[in-house]
Design a protein. Structure first.
Length: 276
């Protein structure tokens, strides 16, 4: 373990073996750094933040900052990250809020590029790439292997499916099913993430099934999405990939995922939280 003399590490923080903490880095109260983590100069790990093994926080990144939510009144909330995550310069990942469950989570092997922001109560899977200046509002869910292009903005409570691809500067205001590619402002489904499927070593049979589901759902729809989902399940019976796409669409349609969750919040949105 190496801690630079100018670094500020709270006495209640736990630093595992093999960690390197650089000049003027900060580790907040009750935080936990797994083995072989590296904090570059001026990196900040906030309070109640857990980093797994071999995570790297680059200069001026803030991992575990206070939530940017006016309802937050100083409650003890947390951020939990898995192993092998990299947080590049000036990126920020905020802790959760009591109203959102109290915790923001990241899985393993994610790359959070420079200037990007992960809002409070977000839940990010594993093997995701969040490119420069991406903006995730609060309560966003991102599945494994999703790729979010530079400058994309994702509205709070939106769900991004596993393997989905967001084009650069996309304005995403509704859920994106697994393995679909979206572009535009507002973003619409434009294709499938074939490269992502190949990198995930998906079988050619499953890739063709996803391409066909895209055609039936978006290119040449013959009915509503629910009836199309039923046809897909019958045609590709036993395909876990098609099942995941159908489950995603149905969860959006019934309000289990996505923007509909915003309407389930119980606080009075007509009152400024600062006035409560």
């Amino acid at each position: 373990m190496t801690i630079h003399p100018t670094a500020e590490v709270d006495a209640t923080a736990h630093i595992a073996d093999g960690c390197e903490i650089g000049p003027f880095a900060v580790v907040g109260p009750r935080s936990h750094l797994g083995s072989d983590c590296v904090l570059r100069a001026h990196a900040v790990v906030g309070p109640d933040t857990t980093l797994g093994d071999r995570c790297t926080v680059h200069p001026f990144a803030v991992v575990g900052g206070d939530p940017q939510d006016l309802k937050w009144k100083g409650e003890q909330v947390s951020l939990k990250c898995g192993d092998d995550n990299s947080f590049r310069e000036h990126s920020s990942v905020h802790r959760g809020t009591v109203q959102g469950g109290g915790v923001t989570t990241l899985g393993n092997r994610n790359l959070i590029m420079a200037g990007s922001h992960v809002g409070h109560d977000c839940h990010i899977g594993s093997l995701c790439i969040i490119a420069n200046n991406v903006m995730l509002g609060g309560h966003v869910v991102v599945g494994d292997r999703a790729n979010l292009g530079g400058g994309a903005g994702v509205h709070h409570f939106t769900t991004i499916g596993s393997g989905a691809f967001l084009a650069g500067l996309a304005r995403v205001i509704k859920d994106v099913p697994p393995w679909m590619m979206v572009d535009g402002a507002p973003a619409e489904v434009r294709g499938c993430n074939r490269v992502g499927m190949q990198r995930a070593q998906m079988s050619e049979e499953d890739i063709q099934a996803v391409l066909e589901s895209y055609r039936m759902l978006y290119r040449e729809p013959v009915g509503d999405q629910e009836s199309t989902c039923a046809v897909l399940l019958e045609r590709f019976s036993g395909s876990e990939t098609i099942q995941s796409i159908v489950d995603s669409i149905r969860a959006t349609l019934c309000g289990k995922n996505g923007r509909a969750l915003e309407n389930q919040r119980t606080h009075d949105k007509t009152v400024d939280p600062r006035d409560r």
